[in-house]
Design a protein around this ligand. Structure first.
Ligand code: GLA
Length: 438
């Protein structure tokens, strides 16, 4: 059996769900973080696009926050494989030094490099896919010193429709990656088809749960037709950000250390949403333990965008070693449209995250009852006092996570702007003291 991708479903009874490590290649023990070319550049990529992004990531000190993978999505390819060997090769106009040349430059910056292919005849951008070429492709990626593979689902020749068929198609690449002996993070992108949350945790480090994201808060689009990912027959694309949160809700607990639900590359900084909406977006990708892949142009991003993506208190929710995604406690549909949602998650050291989202077109004022927030934990947790930290406000020293004081029973009168999310870190407090105004 391979040294890298073996299934280690060892449940250490005393330490909870986080102890189940599904895919034992030692990678993505917390959700992967980095940057991907696709949302901003689509097929228009080159060595310069990739290396400039890598340099910008380092210049902005984003490595200190955990961002480490630079992922080249679709369209790095030449028109055809090498006719003699069948090996994949890059477009030489756009990648004059080949993929190895890019990989060397990215590694020299202290970062890791990702590549894209497709478990089908062609990629979604119409380049050559890897179906039937798994071994030579994995071997070549390893020679190029690739650290990450995103593996798509277009032109799959009908090899889908049951979890077994999809599993077999994607597991071929698992096996091929294994055989290289190089640890390569394996990120499946089959848009939730056949329920990857059930079949992928033992063969991949993450799996996409839905059709492609669109840079909008909640705009409906016919091209993302499903209302739930359970039994969705056509994942589509142009899925609004808030819809992807809905999609994730029922399958969140399928995530494990090393095996994550991928809610897609983030849209933060791309311009389709405002500050509050991007804060909501970033907060949910963090709390729900999605890979945190940036998608804007790192070389031209605004200070506002930089400030969102460097909220280390929110990133800590994503990278929390307890590895437990937050759960939706309630969703209230509102008469004038939209809804409000209460989410809560367990963190390491008996800490919790509580989040309240206003997915409605009007400002809202809400009482957050600890009966609801700590419903899963029971009476003791519902009744005890907590010290709350507002993770989207800074303290006197400029650090994210303003101390709001002690709360017991509820967080009263929470005011939420349109599409705003408030996120609190809750630490059980020994005794109650005077409550502060929010
Ligand atoms: C699919 C994927 C996207 C992106 C494109 C590239 O649509 O879901 O994330 O990789 O293909 O063509």
């Amino acid at each position: 059996m391979s040294p890298f991708l073996t299934y280690a479903a060892v449940f250490l009874g005393t330490v909870g769900p986080a102890a189940v490590q599904a895919l034992d290649n030692g990678l993505a023990l917390t959700p992967q973080m980095g940057w991907n070319t696709w949302n901003r550049f689509g097929c228009d990529i080159s060595e310069d696009t990739v290396v400039s992004a890598a340099k910008a990531l380092v210049e902005h000190n984003l490595t200190a926050y955990g961002y480490e993978y630079i992922i080249m999505d679709d369209c790095w390819h030449a028109d055809s494989r090498d006719p003699d060997t069948g090996a994949p090769r890059a477009n030489t106009d756009r990648f004059p030094n080949g993929i190895k040349g890019v990989s060397d430059q990215v590694h020299a910056l202290g970062l890791k490099i990702g590549i894209y292919s497709d478990a089908g005849k062609y990629t979604c951008g119409g380049k050559f896919g890897s179906l039937g070429f798994e071994e030579i492709d994995a071997k070549t990626y390893a020679e190029w010193e690739i650290d990450y593979l995103k593996y798509d689902n277009c032109f799959n020749e009908g090899q889908a429709g049951t979890p077994q068929i999809s599993y077999d198609r994607y597991a071929k690449m698992t096996k091929a990656l294994n055989a290289t002996g190089r640890p390569i993070l394996y990120s499946i992108c089959n848009w939730g088809e056949d329920g990857p949350w059930n079949f992928a945790p033992t063969i991949a480090n993450s799996w996409r749960i839905s059709g492609d994201i669109m840079d909008t808060f909640d705009r409906y689009d016919e091209r993302c037709p499903c209302t739930s990912v359970i039994d969705c027959k056509y994942a589509g694309y142009h899925c609004a950000m808030a819809r992807i949160i809905d999609f994730a809700a029922p399958v969140l607990q399928k995530a494990r250390k090393g095996a994550w639900n991928d809610m897609d590359i983030m849209e933060v900084g791309l311009g389709g949403m405002n500050y509050d909406e991007y804060v909501t977006h970033f907060s949910f990708w963090a709390m729900l333990k999605s890979p945190m892949l940036l998608g804007m142009d790192l070389t031209t991003m605004s200070n506002e965008t930089l400030s969102i993506i460097t909220n280390d208190a929110v990133i800590a929710l994503n990278q929390d070693p307890w590895a437990s995604p937050a759960n939706r406690q309630w969703k209230r549909e509102l008469p004038d449209g939209g809804n409000i949602q209460l989410w809560q998650g367990s963190l390491v050291d008996n800490q919790f995250v509580i989040a309240l989202m206003n997915a409605s077109p009007k400002e809202q004022t809400v009482d957050v009852e600890f009966f609801d927030a700590f419903f899963d934990q029971g009476k003791t947790y519902q009744q005890q006092p907590y010290r709350l930290f507002d993770l989207w406000q800074k303290d006197d020293k400029g650090k994210w996570g303003k101390d709001l004081g002690i709360f017991q029973g509820s967080i009263p009168n929470v005011k939420l702007g349109v599409h705003q999310t408030r996120v609190w870190l809750a630490k059980p407090a020994p005794s109650s003291s005077k409550r502060q105004e929010l």
